[in-house]
Design a protein around this ligand. Sequence first.
Ligand SMILES: C[S@@+](CC[C@H](N)C(=O)[O-])C[C@H]1O[C@@H](n2cnc3c(N)ncnc32)[C@H](O)[C@@H]1O
Length: 227
Amino acid sequence: MDTTPPPTVPGSQSRWEEAFLRFESPEEEQEKFRKRLRRLGCDSWPRDARVVDIFCGRGQNLVVLEQLGFRNLEGVDLSANLLNRYRGPARMIEADCRDLPFPPSSRDVIVVQGGLHHLPNLGQDLPRTLDSVAATLKPGGLFVMVEPWRTPFLTFVHAISRQKAARRLWSKLDAFEILYEEEHQTYDAWLDASADILRLLDQRFESRMRDIGWGKIHFVGTPRKAA
Ligand SMILES: C[S@@+](CC[C@H](N)C(=O)[O-])C[C@H]1O[C@@H](n2cnc3c(N)ncnc32)[C@H](O)[C@@H]1O
């Protein structure tokens, strides 16, 4: 579950933000991103690689990438409000990730941690975004993705977090369920589309890593050469 408040949920921002603040501290979130990046192989990426974090929100992933020694960082998000919360050396760009604002074959690594499942019209928006990512990466560049995935663990967590007694006992679980309630339309559409998502990824990227477990997919791929 992502923990940055979506900027365009009229009337529900405060409920989302309140749950968000309870769910995870910035330090916990950074530790989570650090562990994921290591699992995805970031220790072997050159520190001068041009790395773009898409759907970057307030830039927590960029903070971690900087701590890990990466020097050429950029973040892209639609929300100026979230981009403005970032403090650090990355170049922050207000733009639509469905049409990335970079020259073709110009970036080494494009990372997304919990952004694609916010796309409102998945059937059109996901192929468009993945096309834009594949076009922006240099040959041999890396697309690195962590997104929610329907696994028995995730189904179990949601079943538990709907129990009022459990939610009263464990505030984090209650926050998790509120975050879900606030973003469930795009989140459920994403979870229901797993076969299509894997097909779209496979059409555009040669898989280097595809791990599914504990409610997440970890994917790393390189763009397929144009036919
Ligand atoms: C839950 S946040 C994830 C933020 C970040 N990846 C993280 O984990 O901290 C989802 C982000 O996607 C952004 N977003 C949604 N649709 C977008 C689009 N089409 N282009 C760029 N950003 C978008 C939102 O503004 C929001 O910041």
